[in-house]
Design a protein around this ligand. Sequence first.
Ligand code: KMH
Ligand code: ZN
Length: 274
Amino acid sequence: MSDALLITVAGVGAEVTRQQQPHLPLLPAEVADEYHRAHDAGATIAHIHGRRPDGAPTQDLATFRAYSEAIRGLCPIIQQFSTGGAVGMGVEERIEALELRPEMATLTLGTCNFGEDVFENSIPTIRTILRRIQQFSISPELEIFDDGMLATADRLFAEGVLSPPLHFDFVLGVPGAAAATAENLLHFARSIPKGCTWSVAGIGRHQTAMATLAIALGGHVRVGFEDNIYYRKGVLADSNAQFVERVVRIAREVGREPASVAEARQILRLLAAA
Ligand code: KMH
Ligand code: ZN
């Protein structure tokens, strides 16, 4: 297996505001430019949420079509649509854009507290999202926010509705879900079936430490404004690419190069180029 590093950039998110992070991209051209810069810096997967021009989160088809076409016009980064959307969104809105058949889409395997809110993913919700993902032959990325979600993965594997090897993303440090600790990361990485791949999204100030651990452990990395807006304590990042550049520097120090898009498709077992 290639040692190349998958870098996912979560550049938009659903919760961060322009007031908090002035460089947050909202319009299609801004979003495409941000992912283009991140791709040039070494990112190979774009985790995508939709926003209206005023910043309100949306999962609507027109927004995703505009984003997707604008990104594709600038760079070949692998597009991964969020099906999480924003807290409180109905499941039909969350999966509306999947008919555009992105190469990847997220699938969160359980409900958790999310700051003061609840990120709802009941088993029926998970099944609805999974059916739509499979209907369009999209590759799921399994989002794991806490231990119970790993048990749900096992349950779906046992039922045969999901078959490993698959790619997991461990989201660590959300207030109300699993903490961003080395122990949790190791536990999660050891709990998934052999042959599966994984990345970590460390939230807030944990982003770089979690990324560094993942690089050392042979995992992969997610960075971006969705998870963290600060480059360092008290200093806002000036772009998503700035996070990618830092991860690439750390990875190179331990002998890992960022994956190309072609290598990423191999690592992720994606069937064909989009
Ligand atoms: N916005 C969060 C509540 C995903 O993209 O699949 C959920 C989320 C997960 O971001
Ligand atoms: Zn997301």
